[in-house]
Design a protein around this ligand. Structure first.
Ligand code: NAG
Ligand code: NAG
Ligand code: NAG
Ligand code: NAG
Ligand code: NAG
Ligand code: NAG
Length: 513
């Protein structure tokens, strides 16, 4: 009913106010756990036979597991832009593709992020981990400029720098990654505290940062928002001493074990700090698995293709909501998406959404009342959205119509040719139509002539949506400038390989205190 948010903002607002008065407790803490390239089939709860993720299993058993949850893009930066703004990446301009370490652009500063929304409600806000929404000239796009009070992390994918040591004790990474760029910088707020970042210590450092942030704010009785955006399980896989060789699933399994451990630690910290009853936790992933990495990449389970495609495997991701005693437990088949997180949180805390076109809808009916989702369609844009081609696929009720597709990050020998990197753009007229309720793997295309009513609805949804799309100027088209590569020793030569701190140093966690 609130599908066309721009047409019915008033209705939605009334629902929010109504709900807010009846259910919400005062300012719950919010923790958003975000995995990287973790596919629909990678966790035990979604059927992986040899993963071990006891802490995420526990979270799911005490919370609500989504079976039809979508990320906004099949790749990283646009997906994160949409998560944090509640708007498709085409509006904010975070397309095509992803930001590099020396990109000129970033998430435009006039976009309102979840952190800014919650900060306005008195929250202390922190991001730990991967940002990937730009660094830019003189740090102009770092999260500290987008509503986050503090930051600890590598601000982009950790393969966007030379990859050195990935496994204990001194084992090299699977490949060398980008040797021409500066060593991976670990930022604390706007300062580089370790370069290259020590992968063997990285997750532990993230966990220490989370502990200190949670403790400090719980002690102050200040509501807090922690956005924990793991580097795991993006290529190259890495793990500390404890998790090297810890999984029968190999390097991906080791990395996933470390991620799961970190999730467990975060739950331990909210319990120790006495805020467990008043903390809403949400877990999901930025996009599907990178099939290109073969056995070191993730798995989309029964879904078609993976990262970089608008097939289900590219964008349907694991998701769990957790708030025992407050939200429902079990499983939901309702369709929801990362763009829904912002409106849901603002409702939860009784805050106001920015006065912009929102693509997200409030998930409260799903979380609290076992009711139908406010969302009755979902739009798929590719890695490289293009005004001429427009929307690639439309999910409406149980149906999904593909208007265009191309392959993703996937080897040329992958069995399904349509997933392969070398599968070029194909357009479909009539569209390829699937019923995802009885064909989640998108194998058996329906005869559209027998579904004229369904196609009529889908065409209408698509036309309305596209008529309301105001494209933001592409941030990626602003290009890159090698002098923007983050460097701990500005001005050093030979740049950027000289940008190292003398040795791996322990970041100073007291900055969070
Ligand atoms: C941000 O600024 C750009 C450039 O002026 C403008 O096109 C865009 O609409 C603005 N976005 C928002 C959310 O205000
Ligand atoms: C992990 O396993 C490999 C292969 O068996 C072995 O060479 C390596 O020493 C092991 N590393 C650790 C830290 O146990
Ligand atoms: C929201 O923005 C529109 C135009 O962008 C403006 O007409 C309207 O007055 C604004 N509403 C509020 C409550 O600020
Ligand atoms: C993709 O690569 C495979 C393996 O090299 C080749 O057999 C196939 O023809 C290629 N497909 C296209 C569309 O180029
Ligand atoms: C790159 O950035 C530097 C420093 O701001 C500037 O002097 C230079 O002109 C830029 N190069 C390009 C190609 O824009
Ligand atoms: C947020 O908390 C940090 C410490 O965790 C503190 O330094 C900072 O001043 C706080 N910011 C706000 C806006 O309360």
């Amino acid at each position: 009913m609130c599908a066309f948010v721009w047409m019915c903002r008033l209705t939605c607002l009334i629902l929010l106010i109504d709900y807010g008065a009846s259910k919400a407790v005062a300012k719950p803490n919010v923790i958003l756990l975000f995995a990287d390239d973790l596919g629909y089939g990678d966790l035990t709860m979604y059927g992986h036979p040899t993963s071990t993720n006891p802490n995420l299993e526990k979270m799911a058993s005490e919370g609500l597991l989504f079976t039809q949850f979508y990320s906004a893009s099949p790749v990283c930066s646009p997906s994160r832009a949409a998560l944090l703004t509640g708007r498709y990446q085409t509006r904010s301009g975070v397309y095509p593709g992803v930001f590099g370490s020396n990109s000129v652009g970033g998430l435009p500063l006039n976009e309102t992020t979840i952190a800014e929304g919650l900060k306005a409600e008195g929250y202390n806000t922190s991001i730990i981990g991967k940002w990937h929404l730009g660094v830019g000239k003189d740090n102009e796009y770092l999260p500290t400029r987008q509503g986050f009070d503090s930051y600890l992390g590598i601000p982009f994918s950790h393969d966007m720098c030379p990859c050195l040591v990935c496994f204990y004790p001194n084992a090299p990474c699977f490949d060398k990654c980008r040797t021409g760029e500066s060593p991976c910088p670990l930022f604390q707020n706007e300062k580089i505290v370790q370069q290259p970042a020590d992968f063997l210590q990285l997750t532990e450092n993230y966990v220490k940062g989370a502990e200190s942030f949670i403790k400090t704010n719980a002690n102050k009785k200040a509501p807090f928002f922690l956005y924990m955006a793991f580097q795991h399980t993006h290529h190259p896989q890495f793990a500390s001493k404890t998790f090297t060789n810890s999984s029968v699933r190999g390097k991906f399994g080791d990395a996933l074990n470390e991620l799961d451990w970190a999730v467990g630690q975060v739950f331990q910290f909210i319990e120790d700090a006495g805020v467990k009853d008043n903390t809403f936790v949400f877990f999901t992933s930025d996009n599907g698995p990178s099939l290109l990495r073969q056995i070191r990449g993730g798995n989309a389970g029964l879904l078609r293709c993976g990262k970089g495609t608008t097939w289900e495997g590219g964008q349907r991701v694991p998701a769990i909501a957790w708030w025992p005693g407050m939200i429902r437990t079990g499983k939901t088949m309702e369709v929801a998406a990362t763009v829904d997180v912002f409106p849901t949180l603002m409702n939860l805390v009784g805050g106001k959404l920015p006065n912009v076109t929102m693509d997200g809808v409030d998930m409260a009916p799903i979380l609290f009342n076992n009711q139908k989702s406010n969302r009755d369609f979902y739009i798929h844009y590719p890695t490289n959205p293009d005004k001429t081609l427009g929307v690639y696929a439309v999910r409406w009720q149980q149906y999904k119509a593909h208007y265009h597709s191309h392959g993703g990050l996937c080897p040329d020998f992958y069995p399904d040719t349509m997933c392969r990197s070398n599968y070029s753009l194909h357009s479909y007229d009539p569209p390829l139509l699937y019923n995802l309720h009885n064909d989640p793997s998108e194998i058996y295309a329906l005869d559209v002539k027998e579904y004229t009513d369904v196609m009529k609805e889908i065409e209408m949804v698509k036309a309305n949506f596209e008529a309301g799309m105001v494209w933001g100027e592409s941030q990626m088209d602003r290009g890159s400038n090698s002098s923007y590569d983050p460097c701990a020793k500005p001005g050093c030569t030979p740049f950027p390989s000289c940008c190292t701190t003398n040795s791996f140093i322990e970041p100073d966690m007291s900055l969070h205190v």
